[in-house]
Design a protein around this ligand. Structure first.
Ligand SMILES: Cc1cc2nc3c(=O)[nH]c(=O)nc-3n(C[C@H](O)[C@H](O)[C@H](O)COP(=O)(O)OP(=O)(O)OC[C@H]3O[C@@H](n4cnc5c(N)ncnc54)[C@H](O)[C@@H]3O)c2cc1C
Length: 342
């Protein structure tokens, strides 16, 4: 029997949950998104969206949300204070803040007749009709993610990546002349400071003093500062039977700039199984199994490659190798990029 009238519950109104809700509404499926927070809100995120195909955005019906996004092509890499590599991306990346993008997607879902409930936290349980899109599953982790927007910060390329001894940080322009500065660092209890001062302290501790000096001459928007810890990279392995998408299914290391693309791609992969379940054409366990097979096929290779590269970036020998290759013009940037995209 068709279940089209019974709303699917999507837990988590981040990019995965909201883009799935839009795609399902475009197919006439009733959805209700339950989000713990309130919009608009800043997120710890590099806000650099790379590797998502236009066809994915169109299938989900969210392409209009990107119409005025910044388009980024040029990339420069630094190791410590040394510039080691520059290149152009094979296709442009989008630059738009999560503050703006998530709100736009909420408005899109509501315009299409979907429901978005804010301030509602749901338990994680593998129930029929419940999609888990609540982001990464918290666990013990050596990482801390820190982000803040800066104004009056001249850029050296569309994307700047700075690799230090304790992590890395990306700088990318978003709307309204803002530059998003977002990094992943090894958690260090010795570091101190509030808001962007904490970010600068981590940068200096990792040997990125020149960048910290540049940032201290710009103007931080302290209201945009966010931090997150307890994040585990790779497959999240929630309980069996959970229909999970986005970071809740798998989290790729942030240096790839591909996590948001994976959120959209996993929502795209969820559309057919959920539409079939809603129409009564398959059981819930069949829908879960179909999604999981599709995500493994789509993401296993890039997750493996990205975890390997993340390990290299985290090791002095790996960073030394990258430095040497970069400075001698031998860094295979495009090949490495394609490894973490497919
Ligand atoms: C430091 C860092 C830098 C990054 N940089 C980039 C980048 O430059 N480019 C890129 O593509 N990706 C980047 N990412 C990854 C990207 O942010 C994620 O992949 C993306 O946000 C995943 O979207 P999502 O919808 O799965 O999860 P989220 O965006 O985390 O959304 C999950 C939502 O669920 C809600 N929620 C949580 N628990 C519950 C609950 N129990 N009930 C109800 N709601 C709940 C949360 O409030 C949240 O709104 C970065 C990540 C980090 C940590």
């Amino acid at each position: 029997m068709a279940r089209l009238k019974v709303p699917l519950t999507i837990v988590g109104g981040g990019l995965a949950g909201l883009s799935l809700a839009t795609g399902l509404r475009n197919r006439g499926v009733a959805v209700s998104v339950h989000e713990a927070g309130h919009y608009p809100r800043h997120r710890v995120c590099g806000e650099f969206i790379s590797g998502v195909e236009r066809s994915t955005l169109e299938t989900l019906g969210i392409a209009e949300a990107f119409e005025d996004a910044r388009l980024h092509r040029s990339v420069v890499w630094f190791h410590g204070d040394q510039r080691i590599h520059e290149n152009l991306l094979p296709s442009p990346a989008y630059g738009i803040s999560r503050h703006r993008l998530d709100l736009r997607l909420v408005q899109l879902v509501e315009r299409l007749g979907g429901e978005v409930l804010q301030g509602v936290r749901q338990p994680r349980e593998a129930n029929e009709g419940k999609v888990w899109a609540a982001g990464r599953i918290a666990g013990e982790s050596p990482w801390i993610g820190l982000k803040a927007h800066f104004l009056d910060l001249p850029m050296l390329a569309d994307l700047e990546m700075h690799v230090g001894a304790n992590g890395y940080v990306g700088l990318a322009g978003v709307e309204d002349g803002r530059v998003n500065v977002c990094g992943l660092f090894r958690l260090d209890r010795e570091r101190s400071g509030k808001g962007s001062a904490l970010q600068l302290d981590y940068l200096r501790a990792g040997g990125l003093g020149a960048l910290a000096d540049r940032l201290s001459r710009a103007m931080p928007d302290e209201a945009s500062f966010k931090g997150v810890s307890a994040l585990q990279l790779g497959w999240q392995e929630p309980e069996p039977g959970l229909f999970s998408i986005g970071d809740a299914a798998a989290m790729i290391p942030p240096f790839t700039g591909n996590g948001m693309s994976m959120a959209f791609q996993s929502a795209e992969s969820a559309l057919d199984p959920l539409t079939a379940w809603s129409a009564g054409d398959c059981s819930w366990p069949e829908a879960v199994s179909s999604l999981q097979t599709s995500l493994r096929q789509r993401f296993s290779r890039r997750l493996g490659a990205a975890n390997l590269l993340q390990g290299l970036l985290g090791h002095p020998l790996g960073r030394g190798l990258m430095n040497g290759l970069g400075r001698s013009g031998l860094l295979p940037f495009r090949s490495l990029l394609s490894l973490v995209r497919q």
